[in-house]
Write a protein that binds this ligand. Structure first.
Ligand code: ADP
Ligand code: CA
Length: 416
């Protein structure tokens, strides 16, 4: 019998994970996100069932429905497909006796302040930081070295992440980020804001697989320079041009962070910067595939490691295949996210359709934003206007392609 994994909150129009499941011979029961327009008539090939669960509105009822579904016909694993459902999936896995994170680890990786505390306690690199409990507590962060970054403790997609250069700008920034966090990210508790010292250096991501407490990094990618004041992600490329010893130091820091956070099972997406002395400093770790499968694509195209398939295998209790039979490196993987720019009412997204027949392009994910939609500019965030996943023979080619996209692909807004 083919194994079945419940995939919770994975956007159905991001193909990579669904393609990986098909290649790995794994059937998926998809729990759609409330904002996913998926219908039974238009399911990715690897999805054999849709299971609607009210995870946001009533997690206890959602958990009971999942247990009921398991009793009817057991499935073999459960995996989180987005950031918000990581704690729910961990609790559900524990309740059903399936592979997953402990509740504690799931809490830590959803809280940037807890991650900072754990890193410091483990003696790992971390910038100075201060947790600010409310907008009037901004003075608690004045002891930090400026510039600093102000961010929600439980955010994603750089929503509400703001660089602040001078102490006299801090009060206003904390108030703004706190208000955004309260409006957009409150998950039944008061919003918290983290202020941390700005690390001026190259930004990297690492995609990893953990199985029974052993962790191995699949690949490290380079993220385009972002200096703020807002941090819209636009480009990722792998492998990086970094020397092997720097990559090894990154891997070492990432593996140690898993231990510090108690992350022992599944896949993770870790973001780091290289500090001035060359030491990798963790920004955050997410216990899920990076970018809903975008980072799987980048690393798969570069290393040959099918990150998403390995993640699904781990959730079935199986060891990752690349640990015993590492694939040969394949080339260069790249991802480009269309910038939101100034925001407003969308007239059209220009330049994406032309890419569909480009032999370098594997996927154009472009149905996330439609004419008439209103996009908020950073530091707010409402949607990604489009994503281009590609492969290249060299980093020069990938970089040139990204430069081309930066010139030709953009959101056009209706006149205000
Ligand atoms: P999110 O969960 O919203 O992605 P992050 O903590 O990853 O929040 O911050 C988003 C981006 O902001 C990072 O990718 C990075 O470019 C920038 N950033 C965040 N913290 C720092 C920092 N301490 N130093 C430099 N840049 C930072
Ligand atoms: Ca991030």
């Amino acid at each position: 019998m083919r194994p079945k994994v419940v995939l919770v909150g994975q956007l159905s129009y991001f193909p990579p994970v669904f393609d990986s499941a098909r290649r790995a011979g794994i059937d998926l029961i998809l729990v759609p996100r409330p904002d996913d327009p998926v219908t039974p008539a238009r399911l990715p090939a690897s999805v054999v069932e849709l299971l609607v669960l009210p995870i946001g509105a009533d997690p206890a009822a959602a958990s009971d429905l999942l247990v009921e579904r398991h009793r009817r016909e057991p499935f073999d694993g459960i995996m989180a497909g987005n950031e918000k459902v990581v704690p729910f999936v961990a609790r559900a896995a524990a309740r059903l006796g399936l592979v997953g994170l402990t509740g504690e680890a799931a809490t830590v990786v959803r809280d940037k302040a807890l991650m900072r505390e754990r890193l410091r306690a483990a003696g790992l690199a971390t910038p100075g930081f201060a947790v600010v409990a409310g907008p009037d507590r901004w003075r608690d962060a004045l002891r930090l070295r400026f510039p600093v970054v102000v961010k929600p403790t439980n955010g994603y997609s750089s929503l509400g992440v703001v660089r602040v250069d001078r102490p006299d700008q801090l009060a206003a920034a904390v108030a703004e980020v706190h208000a955004l966090a309260t409006a957009r990210l409150a998950e039944g508790r008061p919003a918290e804001v983290l202020v941390e010292e700005y690390i001026d250096g190259v930004e990297l991501t690492a995609e990893s697989i953990a199985h029974r407490g052993t962790v191995r990094v699949c690949g490290v990618s380079y993220k385009s320079e972002m200096t703020g004041p807002y941090f819209e992600e636009t480009m990722m490329r792998a492998p990086t041009r970094l020397p092997a010893e720097v990559v090894a130091a990154v891997e070492h820091e990432v593996v140690a962070a898993h231990a510090a956070f108690g992350v022992t099972e599944g896949t993770t997406h870790t973001e780091l910067r290289l500090s001035a002395d060359g030491r990798p400093v963790l920004l955050e770790m997410a216990a899920r595939l990076g970018g809903a499968g975008v980072m799987h694509h980048v690393i798969h195209a570069a290393t040959g490691i099918d990150v998403a398939a390995e993640a699904l295998r781990v959730h079935l209790g199986r060891p990752p295949e690349y640990w015993t039979s590492p694939p040969a490196p394949r080339g260069h993987g790249a991802a480009f996210s269309v910038p939101v720019g100034p925001g407003g009412r969308v007239a059209r997204v220009r330049g994406l359709d032309e890419l569909r027949d480009d032999p370098r392009v594997d996927h154009v994910i472009g149905n996330m934003v439609r004419p008439g939609d209103v996009l908020a500019p950073y530091p707010n965030w409402s949607a990604y206007p489009g994503i281009v996943l590609s492969h290249h023979a060299s980093d020069d080619d990938a970089t040139a392609f990204h430069d081309h996209l930066a010139r030709t692909v953009r959101v056009e807004y209706e006149p205000a």
